[in-house]
Design a protein around this ligand. Sequence first.
Ligand code: HMH
Length: 222
Amino acid sequence: EAKMTMTETWLRKHRLLYVGATRHPFIHGIRDGSIDISAFKTWLGQDYLFVRAFVPFVESVLTKARKGSNDSDNDVEVILGGLAALNDEISWFKNEASKWGVQLSNIVPQKANLEYCRFLESLTSPEVEYTVPIVAFWVIETVYQESFAHCLEDGSETPAELKETCQRWGNEGFREYCNSLRKIADRQLEKATDDAISKAEATFLQVLEYEVDFWNMSHGGT
Ligand code: HMH
């Protein structure tokens, strides 16, 4: 019988919160077409700011991968791929914003966004060992992958003008990239100390909570 990986154990243990983050009313609204377009525009502007703040976080994960891992060639390749995708993503946000008439230069980060970005920044400290931010990185990407893939499944009624957004994170290539991150996280967790494991689990939960708050912010539009 195959041993359960740590990420699998956590996904089972914290199922309710995970489902809360990946099947949020905001996502249901996209999937069934009932979404308020102003909520979508709020999300778009706030996520643009988030992605820009995400870049230095990913850079710090990359630096830690080079120093700390026993398969650093693989890890660097996967993380660098993520960083390259972010560059493309920022251009996409600019283009999408202009399509929707959203003025990116005027966007003020909301509280939930600021707090999430501050949390990511705290994980860039050299004192935080690689295992913790690589777990965070995996969860952050996976929540978007699972959420937007849900909007593209059979039976979904996602409006045509939102499909491209869903494709961006819901596509097969992004799913494979998330799986690569998950494998790295599990490999790190296998050799981690109990202390690092419990810190990583707490981080896993915090990311899920921040993701729920992020959707709430867009949905509330405040
Ligand atoms: C809030 N979480 C948030 N924004 C994103 N773009 C992702 C995850 C995925 O990169």
